[in-house]
Design a protein around this ligand. Sequence first.
Ligand code: ADP
Ligand code: MG
Length: 601
Amino acid sequence: MATIIVLDENTVNMIAAGEVIERPANIVKELLENSIDAGAKKITLTVADGGRKLVSVTDDGCGISTEDMASVFRPHATSKISSTGDLQKISTMGFRGEALASIASVAAVSLVSKTADSLNANRIDIDCGKSGRVQPASGDTGTTIEVRDLFYKLPARKKFLKTANTEMTHIIEHFTRIALAHTELDMTLIHNGRQLHHLLSNQSMQQRITQLFSKTIAEDLIEVKNREKNISIRALLARPERARANSKFQYVFLNRRFIRDKFISHAIKQAYQGLIEPNKYPMAFLFIEMPLDAYDVNVHPTKIEVRFDNSNLIHSQVVGTLREKLLSLNLDVAAYMPQRPVSVNHTGQPADGGMQEARRQKIEGAMADFFKQHGPSQQRQRDFSFPSHSQAVPLRSQPADSQQSVQDNSTQPKFFLQLHNTYIVTQTNEGFMVIDQHALHERIIYEDMCRKVADGKLTSQRLLLPETLELTDAQLDAVKTNGELIEKLGIELEPFGPKTVAVQAFPTMLSKVGPADFLSDLLDMMTDKNLNLDAERLLHEILDMAACKAAIKAGQKLSETEMQQLLADKDTVDRASRCPHGRPTTINFSVADLEKQFKRT
Ligand code: ADP
Ligand code: MG
């Protein structure tokens, strides 16, 4: 007896719905995309009970003709492609002809639509796959689709829906993505009778981001544009300190379609490398335009993933564009002032970072201690003498690239002091800044070493007493395979017994670091398979480690000359506002903020 049957259409649709319709937000996405494909200029999204009760979209697009009304809910019914050839260059948001059929199989749907040249609108109702008849109705040109009571005949699926709030968060996310990609549209979002957003047509991207996220986020964004090899990139980048614990705040659009792509995420991360902590994700809005036939969108039912013909090219172009811009900026961190209200957007996410809170408390604590010791009376403040210009001691060494001296550098701070043997505080034009001495010194040494290695090798000095180190087999192997790299670092080794080497020469810059210890760590790093780094990354990891070891430590008392040197070097190195691991080296406090805090304004 035959056991195989061909499933009926409605069952097929319900199975397909499982792929694309998991929750109300998926319906929102499909309906909004249909409105965009219909050339709408104005779209209103109305939702009740987080979309569990109602998702309705009204647009002023081209509408659906009387003849087509009955077929839009049929599977694989689409007006957007007609042959396999069209799949190579999809310019519409939809093309699979699946969404409406899927939605109509799992909810009660009504569609009212009118084309411009039709006298009246038409209406059709379809309840979990059971279709009514097309009937004349009243309505303006455009389309309204109402989707009610999602999964009401499918309790097993309905029970997976979350609270109205959670479902609403997802809906807002999809609304946000479309709104960012289509600033030309007038878009409204209403939930339970309350208007959450009304975005006017033709807003600037900054205006959109202000409305969808917050003013603070929008105001700080760094914009960069680039067009090369048929790929155009427009990026609005948040400053490094806004980096998040996950990549949710990375909005990447390819020809106005929101996508998630591991190559592009990696490229964004790489662009911020050294500017943010390694486990953080930068916040960024990226708009990429490229020829339609240079990638495939037909790899995932929700089209959130694409396959690039040349993912390396797009990767390198994103890294190049973003990184060049980021490195050209002064990315000093502004102090987070305590009483500034934290605005909350509709997703319930704090729009402004609370992330600097811990750091702020630490610094405030240090400042409070300082003033306990040295203030606040006038008399005691005067007793405390700040080292100043006039007392400047000649510099020990000149910063690598610069002929500037402390005296002729107008930006050189006049006053500075060390707090808790860890932070240096100094006056700036706008207020004052607090510097983490270790982090800054680490960056200075790191940049200096990078430059020297790029030019050839680190200068080294011969050790009067060579240090010996007994190696493990793996370390011995590393010595053999990394000879060139070791030489580049200015380390000279000589065999000193079967498994022992003697360090004959060692980099001058690391004079404070024990040669044998350093070598041991270095070889471990080279043999660490978990790191799995290419040569370039390995070199940078090594320089990073070296800089960390050689840098002034937290808790180390500094002389005036040393502090002055550090501050002078700060102005001459690249990326001075971050240590090589991406932590800030400097936090700026502005007088304006202080005045607000002291209620002077
Ligand atoms: P797809 O978008 O992949 O073509 P859908 O199931 O989403 O498939 O839609 C089926 C068809 O219904 C579309 O191709 C389009 O012709 C028509 N349609 C859907 N929504 C609208 C709308 N808002 N305005 C005009 N036509 C629409
Ligand atoms: Mg569609």
